[in-house]
Design a protein around this ligand. Structure first.
Ligand code: AMP
Ligand code: FES
Ligand code: ZN
Ligand code: ZN
Length: 301
């Protein structure tokens, strides 16, 4: 039986890549310290910022909100109801219940009221549902945060998510996307700052924190996530990690430290304000306004 390295009680967690065995209480403490350290070392936000956590109802975003609350940060929540049947209803319900538990304000918006639900938009496009959904989530996180006067949006992206994105970008050598992959996306040009305090925490560590903190989260994946290539990349990374603990952390953090600085210098993306809604876009009209126009045209015909 392994013992906690802090208190010698029975360990419930063994983290081989950190060479750590911890009891429940010290694991929770370790996790929250790691979140705090990540926020500080990447200078994600300060006391003056008004902070909004984008919460899906899953373990990562509820977990990061919980950790911030335990650490004494004042952060409100934003939930976007995507209109995906029972999955979205359950997500909203669990998110609302959690906000009540920690006594923080939660803003809820519905895609159906702003544009249309994901199943409708999926039928309108050739792209996979997840890619339209990703665009809309980013748009409404930014738009809502600005409208409500928040300066920072926090998401629950974890190390496994970041490794999967990095692997996808490396496999196609997409240097522009690689240059933009960083846990802090600075404000400016119509964007509020976006940060990822769980970027150095694995999915397993995050699930365990949620479990040990009694967080009631949605366990099911979105029904449209099946077949996404990010799932394959996560499986590949998991099997390498199994044989060689620490691979994920090294892959991501060494990219951030050594490779990304070389790529950033070459980046030059021009952004304009969308002619219709004013949100930032590389073109003349942003992709969300173009979607709205397409929906309108379909209704008329
Ligand atoms: P995903 O793209 O589903 O892996 O989610 C990544 C992050 O985006 C989550 O950790 C949340 O912070 C945020 N997010 C995802 N879905 C929603 C949603 N429906 N409402 C608010 N935030 C969300
Ligand atoms: Fe948006 Fe799956 S389509 S979460
Ligand atoms: Zn202990
Ligand atoms: Zn627009």
């Amino acid at each position: 039986m392994k013992k906690c390295v802090k208190c010698s009680q029975k360990a419930v967690v063994h983290l081989p890549h950190h060479r750590l065995a911890l009891c429940k209480e010290h694991y929770v403490e370790w996790f929250e310290n790691r979140v705090e350290k990540t926020i500080r070392s990447f200078r994600m936000f300060s006391e003056e910022d008004r902070v909004l956590v984008a919460v899906s109802g899953g373990k990562d975003s509820l977990g990061v909100w919980h950790a911030l609350w335990k650490l004494g940060y004042i952060a409100d929540g934003l939930h976007i109801n995507l209109g995906i049947g029972d999955y979205s209803e359950l997500s909203e319900r669990k998110t609302r219940a959690f906000a009540e538990r920690i006594g923080r304000e939660l803003h809820v918006i519905s895609l159906r009221e702003h544009i249309a639900d994901i199943p409708t938009l999926k039928d309108l496009q050739d792209r996979p549902a997840c890619s339209v959904c990703g665009t809309l989530k980013r748009y409404y996180m930014n738009h809502t945060a600005k409208k409500l006067g928040y300066s920072v949006v926090i998401t629950g992206h974890n190390l496994d998510d970041e490794c999967a994105v990095l692997m996808g970008n490396v496999l196609s050598w997409n240097l522009d996307y690689m240059a933009r992959q960083y846990p802090v996306l600075e404000e400016g040009k119509g964007f509020v700052r976006k940060v990822k305090p769980l970027c150095l925490i694995t999915e397993k560590e995050s699930a365990l924190y949620a479990f040990l903190s009694n967080i009631d989260f949605v366990e099911d994946e979105c029904p449209y996530a099946l077949g996404a290539s990010s799932i394959d990349y996560k499986l590949v990374m998991a099997s390498i990690e199994e044989k060689s603990p620490g691979t994920k952390l090294r892959f991501y953090s060494e990219f951030i430290r050594k490779v990304r600085p070389m790529l950033v210098a070459k980046q030059d993306v021009k952004l304009n304000a969308c002619r219709v809604c004013g949100e930032p876009t590389t073109g003349d009209v942003c992709s969300v306004c173009r979607l709205k126009m397409k929906l309108q045209a379909q209704k008329v015909s």
